[in-house]
Design a protein around this ligand. Structure first.
Ligand SMILES: [Zn+2]
Length: 152
């Protein structure tokens, strides 16, 4: 429903779920995997909200309109676990979630995902329209290790 995924789209999240490593998504970025959902450190970086997490269903569904309920529940369960772990592992003062659908909604990857951000007083997350860069792999892994230790 209201799909924008091009034919033959090489989905980066399906590739990761199959164990394929790319520059932007590696197996070590995964902090939690359940039967139906997976959480990983996002490769894109917001400078005041480092180490934010993406939570994805373990099956390819493009957006919120298409997402079967059981995957929606599983994704939300993982979001809750990640937010609680983030709060203690990162020492952030709060958390926020964001989820985008269609180009007008700023969706860029055509596999449903919800962002979980660590929040700090005055971080201006919602006034930041574009993140500055991709995170270096070593920095992503440091956050992944920190978060994973609170999730196991
Ligand atoms: Zn996919």
């Amino acid at each position: 429903m209201f799909n924008h995924e091009p034919p033959g789209y090489p989905c980066p999240f399906c590739r990761l779920l199959a164990g394929e490593e790319t520059v932007l998504n590696g197996v070590r970025d995964v902090v939690l995997r359940t039967e139906l959902a997976t959480a990983l450190i996002a490769p894109r970086w917001w400078p005041a909200n480092e180490g934010h997490v993406l939570v994805i269903p373990n099956a390819h569904h493009e957006n919120l309109y298409d997402l079967p309920a059981r995957y929606g529940y599983a994704v939300h369960d993982v979001i809750q676990q990640v937010a609680c772990a983030m709060r203690t592992a990162y020492g952030c003062a709060g958390t926020s979630t964001r989820q985008h659908n269609e180009p007008a909604g700023d969706q860029e990857v055509w596999h449903f995902h919800t962002h979980v951000f660590p929040r700090y007083p005055g971080d201006n997350l919602y006034r930041t329209t574009v993140c500055t860069d991709f995170a270096p792999i070593a920095v992503r892994h440091a956050y992944a290790d920190k978060l994973r230790s609170r999730l196991s």
